[in-house]
Design a protein around this ligand. Structure first.
Ligand SMILES: [Zn+2]
Ligand SMILES: [Zn+2]
Length: 636
């Protein structure tokens, strides 16, 4: 008789023991009885012998081959350990849901190769040097640090061609679902029908199909967002993480994994190279590439076509949404039939509603944050719990009717532009318009085809789009970033400015107008487009404060409908940490101290020995009603 530990896609770390007289390989799907119901699980380990009594038999073995590789099992174990999260939850994230519904899986490889060699651009000398230096036969992490428009994509397209010729697959992670469409066009020109898509807006059925086709190599290049970090990489020879600085690679909810870091871990197991690409790499990545040399550093310092970087101006609007400088520039852009991009760092109409008489701010009753005024849908929305509320006529505090909106959101900017410029084609790209896949696809397609006069958007418009007709970029109102409770605010602001500015002048020199006052130190880096100078200065600051990359942070959050309980749990946690000689900040209320009717307290651990700290937490703080966020990027 053989004994097996079977893992389920539920929020538990432990596997359950079943027996079978057959020899089942690790990673195989089995059907078993779980609490009197038939359930699909994955054989995660073989158990030599056991003294547990009444072990149930495996009902049936669903596949004659493992559905997940040894490497993926190792990755799931690691992710569960590192991100302090139940293994079953990682498993649930790692496989399409259909797999757990007994959907038959085709194990036959059906390798397809299609390429149109004429569609590959010839690399310039700078690109060629990098292309030749990246070796495909073994593990390495390679940062391509290139200014916007320097042709980073071309380099990895050529590398992918090499990988495919060798009979292997490639995966390319991009930050936005809407970007997968633009990339799909570029990739399909070269790799025709062998390009797959994987992101969270696919239906369960589509997900299962894309997952299967990449596995059996009918699709050779997979374009995906964060959720693609767990696809089967058994036949993969290259991993690319584009716009590696993007926050979206980190999942905010449990399991709060970082797709970029996990893919580097997987590449090491698979002994294949990783390419990280960005015009504004993170401090952590740059540090590993330039200072400790754990990663290889490649720089691209010229734009393709030798086009100059845009000119940068600062302006200040007076009593209106945009400065006269910007309004004149927009008129010019329209006259010349170009596209103008305007970044507004907040969706909705206004930031919030306030009573002019007593200063009362309308807040979400479930979450302690101000509600955002959405004029289109005529309501107040909470951006944390997504509840919506009617617009109040009266102040609940002083009964005044004098209620005004404060701050600018994308909708207010759109309305302002329509009033001032009349009958032109204005589109908005933010999380409200992007909630439907078709809508985003249409907006991005019209942008690429040059049919839009003005595009207004949140940081979504900063991400990697390559649109020839954009010459003028206006960055409005990004002061709000500096109010975030986050040691990375300068990095986030500067990166957003440089990335957004980079959308301009892909064909001829563009113009960027920044309508915000920046801290003087940042202004100088923006004017000189000197992101590397910023990174080097920032590394010194991080070192002096012992922040990442010089330490790891772990955020522990206690949340509960009862404020008393939330507080008690975090205090208990603090005592345990203190007894364990763990260095931490807090406990304090979270900057947003109530979300979805739960009160929130947190502690931030600074660790110089991450694995020791993780072990301590796993042994002492697990299952004590706490949430963990390892290497957090948000501190709300
Ligand atoms: Zn009032
Ligand atoms: Zn809310």
């Amino acid at each position: 008789m053989n004994y097996y530990g079977v893992l389920f896609n539920i929020a538990l770390s432990k596997s359950f023991i079943y027996k079978s007289n057959q020899d089942i390989q690790i990673g195989t799907r089995v059907l078993v009885d779980f609490h009197n119901r038939k359930k699909v699980g994955i054989v995660f380990e073989k158990i030599p012998q056991t003294d547990v009594s009444e072990i149930k038999d495996v009902i049936s073995i669903l596949d004659d081959k493992p559905i997940i590789s040894q490497e993926l099992i190792k990755t799931i174990n690691f992710a569960s350990y590192y991100y302090l999260c139940p293994k079953g939850l990682i498993l649930k994230n790692a496989l399409p849901s259909k797999v757990f519904l007994q959907e038959p899986v085709d194990f036959e490889n059906n390798i397809k190769t299609q390429m149109n060699h004429e569609k590959f651009f010839k690399l310039n000398d700078e690109q060629k040097n990098i292309y030749k230096s990246i070796k495909l036969e073994k593990f390495s992490v390679n940062l391509i640090f290139g200014i916007t428009g320097s042709g980073k994509t071309e380099i990895f397209l050529h590398l992918i061609r090499g990988v495919i010729k060798d009979g292997k697959n490639a995966i390319v992670l991009v930050p936005e679902i809407s970007l997968t469409n633009q990339y799909k066009r570029i990739f399909e020109e070269k790799f025709l029908d062998t390009v797959g898509l994987f992101h969270s807006q696919l239906t369960p059925k589509q997900k299962f199909i894309e997952w299967s086709l990449f596995r059996n190599q009918e699709k050779r290049v997979l374009l995906g967002t964060r959720s693609a970090a767990f696809v089967d990489l058994s036949n993969t020879g290259l991993i690319v993480v584009d716009e590696e600085n993007d926050d979206s690679y980190k999942q905010e909810n449990t399991p709060s994994y970082n797709a970029k870091d996990l893919l580097i871990y997987r590449a090491k197991q698979l002994n294949i190279p990783v390419i990280l690409s960005s015009a504004t790499p993170t401090v952590e990545t740059y540090y590993k590439a330039a200072i400790t040399k754990k990663f290889n550093l490649f720089k691209l310092q010229n734009r393709v076509n030798n086009c100059q970087l845009p000119t940068i101006e600062f302006a200040k609007p007076y009593n209106t949404l945009l400065s006269t400088q910007s309004i004149e520039a927009i008129k010019n852009s329209l006259l010349n039939n170009q596209t103008c991009a305007i970044l507004v760092n907040r969706r909705g109409f206004a930031h919030f509603l306030v009573c002019s008489d007593c200063g009362y701010i309308f807040r979400c009753p479930n979450c302690n944050v101000s509600l955002v005024y959405h004029k289109k849908t005529k309501d107040l929305k909470c951006h944390f719990c997504e509840s919506s509320f009617d617009i109040p006529k009266q102040c609940p505090h002083c009964s005044s009717y004098n209620i005004k909106d404060v701050g600018t959101g994308t909708q207010k900017m759109e309305e302002f532009l329509r009033k001032n410029f009349g009958n032109i084609n204005i589109e908005r790209l933010d999380r409200d318009t992007a909630s439907s896949k078709k809508n985003t696809y249409n907006i991005v397609s019209s942008l690429i085809d040059g049919k839009i006069d003005i595009i207004v958007g949140t940081s979504m418009i900063s991400k990697g789009y390559d649109i020839e007709k954009i010459k003028l970029v206006i960055i409005s109102n990004i002061e709000s970033i500096f109010a975030l409770p986050d040691f990375r605010v300068d990095e986030k602001a500067l990166s957003l400015i440089i990335q957004t500015a980079g959308r301009s002048g892909r064909k001829e020199q563009g113009r960027v107008i920044i309508e915000s006052k920046l801290p003087p130190r940042l202004e100088c880096f923006v004017e000189n487009n000197d992101y590397e100078g910023f990174l080097n200065e920032e590394i010194k600051i991080r070192r002096s404060l012992d922040y990442p990359p010089f330490s790891h942070l772990i955020r522990i959050i206690s949340q509960n409908p009862s404020e008393q309980v939330a507080k008690q749990n975090i205090q208990k946690c603090a005592r345990i940490l203190k007894n364990g000689n763990i260095n931490f900040l807090g406990p304090t209320k979270c900057p947003i101290d109530k979300i979805k009717n739960k009160y929130r307290y947190h502690i931030i651990i600074k660790s110089n020995d991450i694995f020791k700290t993780l072990d301590f937490i796993a042994n002492n703080l697990y299952e004590k009603n706490l949430n963990f966020d390892v290497d957090p990027i948000s501190f709300f």
